[in-house]
Design a protein around this ligand. Structure first.
Ligand SMILES: Nc1nc2c(ncn2[C@@H]2O[C@H](COP(=O)(O)OP(=O)(O)OP(=O)(O)O)[C@@H](O)[C@H]2O)c(=O)[nH]1
Length: 332
């Protein structure tokens, strides 16, 4: 059942985070799953009708597989990923190992989950302090996601967190972070408006170390005058961090807005090439019928999705679990 916050992070000596008692944890995981399923209603309903029409009703012929492919492509699972999954399902159905709509749709969920699992999908908090760089295009939910992540690190895992407000391009982003800082009980380090983002990142790490922070999260700009400027600036922030701590940043997370569909896949590719993204945070899955993009990013770019956003509430940011995600997409 649903991966939770305790599963996502690797803590001291590889030990999992101290979690609540199993029954309480299990209850929370069930709650997570229900909420995810409910909030991803748009994608689920769009897919479900087609899965019902293709796998549960009528014969399995050429037209069935084509219609299923169209439905998955519409849900933004991506052409390559869709082709792989449907080909495999068709092959297994022809061999006779899958009989009936339920067996077929369960297998479809399994195949989708398999493709959505890629690379290391945990976040290693063993480096002391752990530096997490967060990048992503404006409006994709970067600032609010950092706030929620800081809240969970502080309040669910009892980690000391410092946030560096290196999005010096947008004053409102700094204010937003400060509000989150107060709410989560974590320090926010900022510079004067328009100051050098590298300098803010540098100060945040220095301050975090002085204060004995376990985790330092660096916010960055999502828009500049040109895209080239932005990529250069992000690469520079990264270099400043590495100069100060040779093995940092330990994690570079990128927010991608699920409602932007395949455009999000292109963004992830671009940022990945410029700053070496190690994990995706896919936001706004609640507002789209195209939630399949999580599968396309993982399978086509080989970057693991580590967190998903399924709404604006604090509890709507959660660790990504490929099996649960596929189930939430396909089960009635
Ligand atoms: N429905 C929904 N809204 C979200 C989710 N994540 C973030 N948002 C909302 O998206 C809007 C933009 O979020 P921000 O955090 O300001 O985005 P940002 O990427 O930091 O944008 P800049 O600060 O402009 O770079 C806010 O209204 C958030 O509440 C999500 O998972 N679902």
């Amino acid at each position: 059942m649903a991966r939770d916050w305790y599963d996502l992070f690797t803590l001291d000596h590889g030990a999992p985070a101290p979690a609540p008692d199993e029954p309480e944890r299990e209850e929370k995981r069930r709650g997570f799953f229900r909420r995810m399923r409910e909030n991803m209603r748009k994608t689920r309903e769009a897919l479900q009708a087609e899965v019902q029409a293709t796998l549960f009703e009528g014969d399995l012929d050429e037209a069935t597989w084509e219609r299923l492919e169209e439905a998955l492509i519409y849900a933004d699972v991506g052409a390559r990923t869709t082709a792989q999954v449907v080909e495999e399902l068709e092959r297994e159905a022809e061999e006779g190992s899958l009989v009936g709509g339920e067996a077929l749709s369960n297998r479809l969920a399994e195949l989708l989950a398999k493709l959505a699992r890629t690379g290391d999908d945990k976040i290693d908090l063993r480096p002391d302090p752990t530096v997490i760089l967060v990048v992503g295009v404006n409006g994709t939910g970067k600032t609010t996601t950092i706030g929620k992540l800081a809240w969970h690190l502080r309040n669910t895992l009892d980690r000391k967190v410092v946030i560096g407000a290196a999005d010096t391009f947008r004053a409102a982003a700094v204010e937003q972070l400060e509000r989150w800082g107060e709410r989560a009980g974590v320090d926010v380090v900022k510079g004067p408006e328009g100051s050098d983002p590298g300098a803010v990142a540098f100060d945040a790490i220095a301050r975090g170390r002085e204060r004995g922070a376990d985790v330092i999260i660096i916010d960055t700009a999502g828009r500049l005058h040109t895209q080239t400027n932005l990529m250069e600036e992000l690469a520079k922030v990264r270099r400043v961090i590495t100069k100060q701590m040779p093995d940092a940043p330990h994690e570079t997370l990128m927010t991608v807005d699920a409602t932007t569909g395949q455009n999000g896949v292109r963004q992830a590719k671009l940022f990945g090439e410029a700053v070496g993204v190690t994990g995706i945070i896919l936001t706004k899955l609640d507002g789209t019928a195209k939630g399949g993009i999580a599968l396309a990013i993982a399978n086509e770019l080989g970057i693991p999705v580590k967190l998903i956003g399924i709404g604006e509430q604090l509890e709507d940011l959660r660790p990504f679990d490929a099996d649960d995600f596929a189930k939430a997409l396909l089960t009635a």
